[in-house]
Design a binder for this molecule. Structure first.
Ligand SMILES: [Zn+2]
Length: 282
């Protein structure tokens, strides 16, 4: 050990001295709206490999603290969009095409009647606003920033029962709408909403559909979104720690009652938040 102490750089010494904490990955769910684990066995350990899916960079984490430690130096965590067709699809690993297989999943269906017709059929002026806001929201959800400590697990952001699951296929007044891209948590107006992991505020706004909204960037293509808020207590650029309050539950925008709509995006794919939560995997 004395010899090792003399030659090894400090970070390696730290690894030898203490067992590394396990890195808990999101639950492996290779389905539309899920997250796929892809161990990268043809890559070098030294540098994080470049992985791309549908033109977006993909989160890649070191495997040494995961169940893939013996298998490969790195693991790609690929967010699979809800709109993805099951079957074979391509991703890019260091510029090389690699085939992955996406399994089918059927999400439940729900029909809702909305009394406020304006929110079902917006006016031309509303549509302009909606389009403007959509660009702003999509840009924030696409955020990519490097991160020394990848975030792969999320705490529940507010207390309350789940009132609408991710992936629900919805019809408003019998008109088909996009499937539910987040997870709803029912909670009384004013209930604090807390950051589920360290992250930076990349957007806040009061949007036509989403109401008062905050978007956080957790690094390596993981972003989270909080909608229908009553109050926002953070501003763009704020760095939050796990548990920091970012605002409160409300019913702003298109909401039938107070609840938090919580969205999780990985490589710009909306994925099921519960895959990132302890003891919450389906
Ligand atoms: Zn929702």
């Amino acid at each position: 050990m004395t010899r090792l102490l003399n030659v090894l750089p400090l970070p390696l010494l730290a690894l030898l001295a203490w067992p590394a904490a396990a890195l808990e990955l999101p639950t492996h769910a290779p389905v539309p709206g899920g997250v796929m684990h892809l161990p990268l066995d043809n890559t070098q350990a030294e540098q994080r490999p470049d992985v791309r899916f549908q033109d977006h960079p993909v989160m890649v984490v070191p495997s040494e603290q995961t169940e893939y430690a013996e298998q490969a130096p790195w693991v790609a965590l690929i967010g699979l969009p809800l709109s993805l067709q099951p079957g074979t699809t391509q991703i890019w690993v260091e510029g090389e095409e690699v085939a992955i297989n996406v399994e089918p999943k059927t999400y439940k269906e729900q029909r809702i009647t909305l009394k406020n017709k304006r929110q079902v059929n917006p006016t031309p002026l509303d549509l302009e606003r909606i389009q403007r806001e959509k660009v702003e929201i999509l840009q924030a959800l696409e955020s990519w920033s490097p991160s020394a400590a990848p975030v792969t697990r999320l705490e529940k952001p507010t207390e309350g029962p789940y009132s609408s699951p991710f992936g629900l296929r919805r019809f408003f007044n019998d008109q088909p709408r996009r499937p539910h891209s987040g997870l709803d948590i029912a909670a009384p107006r004013g209930t604090p909403i807390k950051a589920p992991a360290p992250g930076r505020v990349v957007a806040t706004g009061d949007y036509f559909f989403n109401g008062r909204t905050v978007i956080l960037d957790h690094g390596l293509g993981l972003t989270t979104m909080y909608c229908h808020m009553e109050e926002i207590s953070v501003t763009v650029g704020d760095e939050l720690d796990t548990g920091d309050t970012l605002g409160t539950v409300g019913s702003s925008g298109r909401a039938t009652g107070p609840h938090l709509h919580w969205g999780v995006s990985l490589n710009d794919a909306r994925v099921d938040p519960r895959l990132f939560m302890e003891d919450e995997a389906q």
